[in-house]
Write a protein that binds this ligand. Structure first.
Ligand code: B3K
Ligand code: ZN
Length: 886
């Protein structure tokens, strides 16, 4: 395996001016002609042209009009090198490719008979030989030729400038993209597609054409994506003063896709999952995800496309920033009382559920990695979600206005360029005249920092001292860490839960701190340990620490159950209200897990039950907030807190807590379930969605007892639902309840569900996922489901629904002590690796933390990993498996 290092970056030897591509599209053999004008880069000492290529059949090369003989270039290991090339070189390269054999879904491939491309990160080299690196930007002209009947629609980036008929039933279209772009943003689409379109007027008055392209049967599912696109355009104008720079903006949905979506210039290509929605097939969560992904890809037009990355180590420059932008967009869109906090809670949950474990395992890497073997393995939650937290911290430190100044300077300096994370930091620092040198550590150091808080109250002096100390555990290749610059927001509450005033010279009390209730103070933690003293504190306060999750750290602060219960009921910071409940629950979940392991009696203290009761009974709260506050920390979150992970004990402990809360609060759950009224007809808007999530949470708690009458509630809801959210919630509650009564009822509903939705691929994915994550189902059931005629590993969504669902979201069964879950995992990795290495590599991550599991599992996991490692693996999967074993 060859490792690529950040420190070895060298500027490209040649820059591209223009690229003129012609595609003779044919499923089994497509001919690509690429005419590129290259100019020597004065910043490079080399005079060699270096072109990358993969799985290409080279037909011929012309250099400034002259055909090159075989000896005039070198072709080895996917590199085509032309030595001592002229200062200005016009290359014309002809290649042949086989889209119908391409199962990797990178480069040019077919999905349901239509052509699509995916070029990020390094897929363009599967189309033609090219300087396929993000710091080579050029203007593209693209001509597509194809059979008109089979491929009536021909799309590429930018503007359509010409189209017409060709002999033998063929036709062509010519597209021109007026903006410079790197090859990873290139795209084409060809096939039988239809679109919903509309003309939209920008704030400036300019009119643009918006289109959402789908297969014919899906035209009734495009409205929400179109709405989301319009809201995204407006939001970027209002919040950042950024305008759509094209006359035409297209979204295309494709059923076979490796990730969520792709921000190709003017031609965003989306996984159908993030486009198609109507009440019959999509849940509230699907609707929200579509809005956020449409926003994300649209926002890339400025953060990613207009200003792009110098090299792939800088990936978070565009991804962290764009995730932050889509998070803010979604938060602004919710518009309910605690809407922004609700979104913040969801985002932090994602971070803790996925990124914290990554940062604590074998694949831990900095937000700006130092090396990689396969770049596709670095599209991670660290680059995306932790990267977004890093961007958010600028806003917390500089205020919203200061952040906006930094953004403005960033675009002023770098529009049209390929830049680095340090350039972004410099723009933020310079625009605000601040020294942010220490902030750089967030980019260079992996691992989740821990912040320990100790407090001392002096009644006589009426003073409170807070000692904050930070540490960061070792990660691969980084044993020792330097201290981070940590924005630490906090507030004080008195014994009755009222906010107290914070007095200190060391503390910035920022009026403009985004999303902070008044009385919130901000400390900049820069040293390993520092103490601040607050004066004029009339009584011993309860501290609300790390408000709104002001930094992506693990807080270590011992607060009593009573203090946490007070925060849960009274903290004016809604995020911390939620977090207090989580910390309270987590503490008891860990205690219960320990009790299960030692066969002790399981009990839940009344503080916790009563705290939950008051959240449930408080109807002044936003229902979406209530639902989040009453959802227990996940099994993975519990595991993160354990030295040695015991999956079965965790699952049992959590189940006990669910059952106890189900019984003790049964009247309240039932009342909640029966009294929440949601106006018809179905609409996914946040107010209603929040009510549904609370109502459906109540239903799932009610299913925990083996009570036939209660079970019937779910069946009735399933039968009568006029939308997928309620239908799916009822079916999930029944399927996951895990008792005999529910099992029978679930079976009937599952059969009905399949029949009813067999033609809707995205719904059938849900049907598989729901069974894969049922605590009742183990490896034998998975094998049965994998034999179902509707199952295939070739489609990533389908593979994810069943195999990933089981291996990543069914803790007790995946980690079954007999090793059956691991065997199922290994078989699927090996089979997937031959079809689609990117997806196989993702699945390989399920055991990145195998070292922390209890001894018998650890041994069994290692044996399975060794077995996989002994086979011939792709670079993608090889990197992950070897790093886990290292
Ligand atoms: N930029 C793409 C991800 C490409 C992944 C390549 N393996 C989607 C996004 O982040 O918007
Ligand atoms: Zn992105």
């Amino acid at each position: 395996q060859k490792t690529v290092y950040r420190k070895n970056y060298t500027p490209p030897s040649f820059l591209a001016n223009t690229v003129d591509l012609t595609f003779d599209l044919d499923p089994s053999q497509t001919r690509v002609t690429a005419k590129t004008e290259l100019i020597h880069n004065p910043q490079s000492k080399s005079t060699d042209i270096v072109l990358y290529g993969e799985d290409l059949e080279l037909v011929g090369i012309l250099l400034n009009g002259r055909k090159l003989a075989a000896g005039e270039y070198a072709l080895e290991n996917g590199l085509l090198r032309i030595t001592k090339a002229p200062e200005v070189t016009r290359l014309e390269i002809e290649t042949l490719i086989c889209p119908d054999k391409n199962t990797t879904l990178m480069g040019l491939y077919l999905s349901n008979g239509n052509f699509f491309t995916q070029c990020e990160a390094e897929g363009f080299r599967k189309i033609t030989y090219f300087p396929d690196r993000p710091d080579v930007m050029a203007k593209y002209t693209v001509t597509l030729k194809a059979n008109k009947k089979q491929f009536p629609v021909l799309l590429s980036n930018g503007n359509l400038v010409e189209e017409g008929a060709l002999p033998r039933g063929r036709h062509y279209a010519k597209w021109e993209d007026p903006f410079n772009k790197p090859s990873y943003l290139f795209a084409i689409v060809a096939g039988k597609l239809v679109c919903q379109e509309e003309t939209f007027t920008l704030a400036s008055g300019r009119k643009v054409l918006l289109q959402v392209w789908v297969e014919k049967g899906n035209l009734d599912k495009t409205a929400h994506a179109m709405e989301s696109l319009k809201h995204s355009i407006r939001w970027d104008e209002e919040r950042y003063g950024l305008e759509l720079d094209l006359d035409r903006f297209m979204i295309v949905a494709v059923g076979d896709f490796n990730m969520g979506a792709m921000e190709n210039k003017g031609l965003n290509i989306f996984n159908t999952r993030y486009v198609l929605a109507n009440p019959r097939i999509a849940t509230d969560v699907d609707y929200a995800n579509i809005e956020s992904v449409v926003g994300h890809e649209y926002f890339h037009n400025w953060t990613g496309n207009r200003v792009t990355c110098r090299d792939w180590f800088q990936l978070s420059l565009k991804e962290g920033l764009t995730v932050f932008r889509d998070q803010e967009f979604s938060a602004d869109r919710i518009g309910t009382k605690d809407g922004r906090a609700v979104k913040r809670i969801e985002d932090v949950r994602t971070l803790r559920q996925h990124q914290f474990p990554e940062d604590a395992g074998a694949m831990a890497h900095p937000v700006r990695p130092d090396s990689y073997e396969e770049i596709n393995n670095f599209y991670t939650v660290t680059i995306y979600e932790k990267g977004a937290e890093v961007v958010r911290m600028y806003q917390t430190l500089l205020g919203r206005e200061g952040f906006r100044k930094g953004m403005d300077l960033y675009f002023q300096r770098h529009d049209g360029q390929a830049v680095t994370c340090s350039d972004f930091l410099a723009a933020m620092a310079d625009a605000n005249k601040q020294d942010l040198t220490q902030f750089e550590n967030w980019y260079s150091q992996a691992g989740t920092p821990r912040v320990k808080l100790r407090t001392r109250y002096n009644k006589k002096a009426q003073s409170l001292s807070l000692t904050l100390s930070q540490s960061c555990p070792p990660t691969p290749e980084q044993a020792k860490k330097r201290p981070f610059l940590i924005p630490f927001a906090f507030g004080l509450l008195d014994a009755k839960g009222k906010s107290m005033v914070v007095n200190s010279h060391d503390v910035t009390v920022r009026k403009k701190l985004a999303d902070a209730p008044s009385g919130t103070a901000l400390v900049q933690l820069t040293r390993k340990s520092q103490t601040i003293t607050l004066t004029g504190v009339p009584e011993k306060p309860v501290i609300s620490a790390l408000r709104n999750f002001s930094a992506p750290v693990i807080l270590e602060y011992d607060q009593s159950d009573e203090e946490l219960a007070l925060l849960l009921s009274a903290d004016p910071d809604a995020f911390n209200r939620w977090d207090a409940g989580q910390r309270l629950a987590l503490r008891h979940l860990l205690r219960l897990t320990h009790a299960v392991q030692h066969k002790e009696a399981l009990e839940l203290p009344s503080t916790l039950v009563e705290a939950y009761r008051s959240v449930l009974a408080n109807d002044s709260l936003d229902p979406a907030f209530q639902a989040l506050a009453l959802t227990l920390p996940s099994e993975i979150m519990i595991a993160e807190e354990m030295k040695e992970i015991d999956p079965q004990a965790i699952v049992q402990a959590r189940h006990f807590m669910l059952q106890t809360l189900s019984h003790s609060l049964q009247d309240e759950w039932l009342k909640t379930y029966q009294t929440i009224r949601i106006p018809a007809p179905y609409s996914p808007e946040p107010d209603n969605a929040g009510k549904r999530s609370l109502r459906n949470l109540a239903l799932s708690y009610l299913m925990e007892g083996d009570d036939k009458k209660l079970m019937q509630l779910a069946v009735t809801q399933y039968d009568n639902a006029d939308n997928m959210t309620d239908r799916m919630a009822a079916l999930t509650a029944l399927t996951h309840a895990g008792n005999l009564t529910s099992k029978k009822m679930a079976e009937r509903c599952l059969r009905h569900f399949y029949r009813e939705f067999r033609l809707e691929a995205l719904v059938i994915d849900k049907w598989f996922a729901l069974q894969a994550t049922s605590p009742e189902n183990g490896a034998p059931e998975m094998r049965k489901l994998a034999d179902h005629p509707a199952f295939t590993l070739k489609n990533p969504n389908r593979a994810r629904s069943l195999v990933f669902g089981f291996c990543m979201n069914n803790m007790a069964q995946f980690h079954a002590t007999d090793g059956s879950g691991y065997d199922f995992w290994a078989e699927n990795i090996l089979e997937l690796d031959r079809i689609n290495p990117q997806i196989a590599a993702r699945l390989s991550r399920a055991l990145t933390q195998y070292n922390r599991f209890k001894p018998e599992l650890k041994k069994r996991a290692r044996k399975t990993l060794k077995h996989i490692a002994s086979r011939k693996l792709s670079r993608d999967t090889g990197e992950i498996i070897n790093k886990i074993l290292a």
